[in-house]
Design a protein around this ligand. Structure first.
Ligand code: HEC
Length: 251
């Protein structure tokens, strides 16, 4: 038998050397783990990382343009409006069967003419502050995308200084009733947001007229009021596919 095995002093130092070797090894592993920690574990993680970064950026940008209290106040109102809305049948051209009754009716329908709505009599009638109040409340929904001051943001173009906003009324009403798909050029800059703007036809004629009057007379914009009767005149636009810039009257 090895005599050192019986030497308690040697056994004691051997124990400590073993422990030190173990700790050095553990520290090495810990150091490797520290540096490797941020690396994506798989291709899925690598792909998700980009999405997380983009989401964080969007959240931060939206938080910067929107007051959380305004969203809190808008949610119950919008929910009630949507719940009270009656759904409208949508005719999508790509789903109409050639030669069917619907296709004949669409072919025979006269080309839409919005000049009656746009030919508003020139008046310098002052903007009604009560209408602006209704419009301001209604605008909270728009602000979620277009920003509290209509300055635009990561998911929608600006309304401030937009030629569409101060331009022909029929465009604005139809955008509310049918929604809008990019690309669209606003104040010389082209925008194309993947989600587009959904139709908001659940609003009443008065609400649409008020919110449009509000955006036409806020954020430095100035244009005559929109009347509920003008909205009513275009109600049969509801249910048609989302508009594209080419469907709009040139501002
Ligand atoms: C879900 C986000 C969203 C909401 C809510 C929204 N919009 Fe939009 N809006 C858009 C997007 C996106 C576009 C541009 C279309 C595109 O790029 O696909 C647009 C375009 C417009 C335009 C034409 C372009 C411009 O900037 O002048 C007007 C006018 C407009 N919106 C008004 C409104 C009004 C008024 C409301 C509220 C009643 C509203 N929008 C609510 C997303 C939104």
């Amino acid at each position: 038998m090895d005599p050192t095995r019986d030497n308690p002093l040697l056994r004691f130092t051997a124990f400590w050397w073993g422990l030190i070797a173990f700790l050095v090894f553990a520290a090495l592993l810990a150091a490797i783990w520290m540096f490797q920690r941020d690396e994506p574990q798989s291709l899925e993680d690598a792909a998700a990382k980009v999405r997380y970064e983009r989401k964080a950026m969007l959240d931060a940008e939206q938080a910067a343009i929107l007051d959380p209290a305004a969203i809190e106040a808008a949610i119950p109102r919008v929910a009630a409006e949507i719940a009270a809305a009656t759904p409208a049948a949508v005719v999508r051209p790509d789903q109409v069967v050639p030669g069917s009754e619907t296709s004949k009716r669409l072919a025979e329908a006269p080309a839409a003419d919005f000049s009656a709505v746009d030919a508003a009599p020139a008046t310098d009638e002052p903007i009604d502050p009560a209408v602006m109040e209704i419009g301001k409340v209604q605008f909270m929904v728009c602000a979620a995308c277009h920003g509290q001051e209509g300055q635009g943001g990561p998911i929608a173009p600006p309304l401030a200084g937009s030629e569409w906003v101060t331009g022909p009324v029929s465009n604005l009403i139809r955008i509310q009733l049918r929604g809008l798909e990019g690309p669209i050029t606003v104040a010389g800059k082209e925008y194309n947001f993947p989600a587009g703007m959904a139709a908001m036809a659940y609003q009443t004629d008065e609400q649409i007229a008020a919110v449009l009057t509000y955006v036409r007379n806020s954020f430095g914009n100035q244009a005559p009021a929109v009347k509920p009767a003008q909205v009513a005149a275009l109600r049969d636009e509801v249910g048609k596919p989302m508009l594209k810039q080419a469907d709009l009257v040139k501002p």
